[in-house]
Design a protein around this ligand. Structure first.
Ligand SMILES: [Cu+2]
Length: 158
């Protein structure tokens, strides 16, 4: 009886025909959207926001963020006070959201003050997944992301 079950199981697996080839690694499937930097009032400091979506079956962790524009640290806000953290969880089938008043990227020692219309490239590093490079557009200081899709809302003033 047990042997028969095992054989049946093996046949089912064989029938799947190698669908497991290729994507061996982590099980997390990350994508990034809704990235932006409100144009800062400071010459050397800025905050940045984005959303990391994980469609995979395994959680991952954001471990660091780097940029050629300056130093970047990851902050979370707890009870109105922000503090630096060394990693943040990206849950399986979930999102890690950076937004005003919550988690944010903190840019310091910027070489150039980011201006609206420019973008700042950052590289996100994860515990398991490959690094992801994101171009974060600089928005107006008062910019608020619209919920839903962030489509073609910019006026190109040419
Ligand atoms: Cu901060």
């Amino acid at each position: 009886m047990l042997a028969a079950v095992a054989v049946a199981g093996a046949l089912v697996l064989a029938g799947c025909g190698g669908s497991d080839s290729g994507s061996a690694a982590s099980g997390a499937e990350l994508s990034v959207d809704a990235a932006y930097i409100p144009q800062p009032v400071s010459d050397s400091m800025a905050a940045g926001f984005l959303t990391i979506t994980n469609e995979g079956d395994a959680a991952d962790q954001l471990t660091s963020v780097t940029s050629e524009a300056g130093e970047v640290t990851v902050h979370e806000t707890v009870g109105g006070t922000m503090k630096e953290v060394d990693r943040l969880e990206v849950p399986a089938h979930g999102q890690l959201v950076f937004k005003s008043g919550g988690n944010h990227l903190m840019f310091e020692k910027l070489k150039h003050r980011p201006k609206q219309g420019q973008s700042v490239a950052v590289e996100l590093h994860f515990a398991h997944s490959d690094p992801v490079t994101v171009k974060m557009p600089v928005k107006a200081a008062t910019y608020q992301p619209t919920t839903g899709h962030s489509g073609h809302t910019e006026d190109s003033g040419h």
